[in-house]
Design a protein around this ligand. Structure first.
Ligand code: ZN
Length: 278
């Protein structure tokens, strides 16, 4: 692009930005939850846990996205039980924990922004009217209000650790629905990875020793660049050992289940971490 083109384009982009800020009210008001919550953990722990789908909050400005309360309580809106397991596991491991409280239907923090499922038009059998033909400025506002601040906070922590020489083992905590599109899923837990399976392979081996567990190897779905964000950005691209975990939601719907799974995973992660040089 020549200098003349730059000159011509500049006023347009400034105008667009001003319009975005003056025509649209901010998505999150001051009395609404911030787009992330953090538990700092121990400065000697290598673990960093994220929970992208921990909550089902909706910004007041978006109403109900056209969905009933019953739909917004379902797995399509959030990862049932995942936040509870993540909190307990972080306590066990002294991990840095960051959780995102807004519904994945507002914007999915485990998708690249240009993925079609970033702001889902449908989820399972449910159409999401509030996301239908969303305008580019509205999508940008959701990203600016939730996606970017959440991921910026994760990057800040990773950079702090790199500067201070604190190693990182990255865990992305999720949960999956027992039945999807009328198909029952047999796995109790899924271990997901993309190009780098170092930690995933170790966990798969350790989980396979646990009696009565059905363990998914990249099941109920495989990780990929288009359907995942955290492990790609913070694991693969930074060379940090990492894994994405999916626990079946009926197993972690209550305190007892969340505690039991957190204790099991803490034991296995402690064992797995001895196989990584720190
Ligand atoms: Zn999830």
């Amino acid at each position: 692009m020549g200098s003349d083109d730059r000159h011509r384009l500049a006023p347009t982009s400034v105008t667009a930005r001003v319009e975005l800020e003056t025509v649209q009210p901010p998505l999150l008001q001051e009395d609404e939850p911030p787009p992330f919550s953090v538990i700092a953990g121990s400065e000697t722990s290598p673990y960093l846990i994220t929970c992208d789908h921990a909550g089902r909050e909706l910004p007041r400005a978006l109403g109900t996205l056209g969905l009933s309360r019953a739909e917004l309580d379902r797995h399509i809106a959030w990862d049932i039980g995942a936040g509870g397991v993540a909190r307990r596991l972080a306590t066990e491991l002294g991990a840095f924990l960051i959780m995102q409280p807004y519904s994945r239907l507002v914007i999915d923090c485990n998708r690249p922004l240009d993925a079609p499922s970033s702001i889902a038009q449908h989820s399972e059998y449910t159409a999401v009217p509030g996301n239908h033909r969303i305008s580019a400025p509205d999508a940008e506002m959701r990203a600016r209000s939730i996606f970017h601040p959440y991921h910026h906070r994760i990057r800040c922590e990773l950079e702090r650790r790199a500067t201070q020489g604190q190693p990182t083992i990255f865990i992305a905590m999720h949960s999956f629905t027992p039945t999807f599109m009328s198909v029952a899923r047999p796995w109790h837990i899924g271990v997901l990875y993309n190009r780098d399976s170092r930690l995933g392979r170790i966990l798969l081996e350790l989980l396979s020793r646990e009696a009565a567990l059905v363990v998914g190897d990249n099941e109920p779905y495989a990780a990929s660049d288009r359907t995942d964000y955290g492990i790609v950005q913070y694991g693969e691209r930074r060379g940090n050992p990492h894994v994405e975990l999916e626990i079946r939601q009926d197993l972690i719907a209550d305190d007892a289940g969340q505690t039991a799974w957190a204790e099991l995973l803490a034991r296995l992660f402690r064992e797995a971490s001895t196989r990584f040089p720190s």
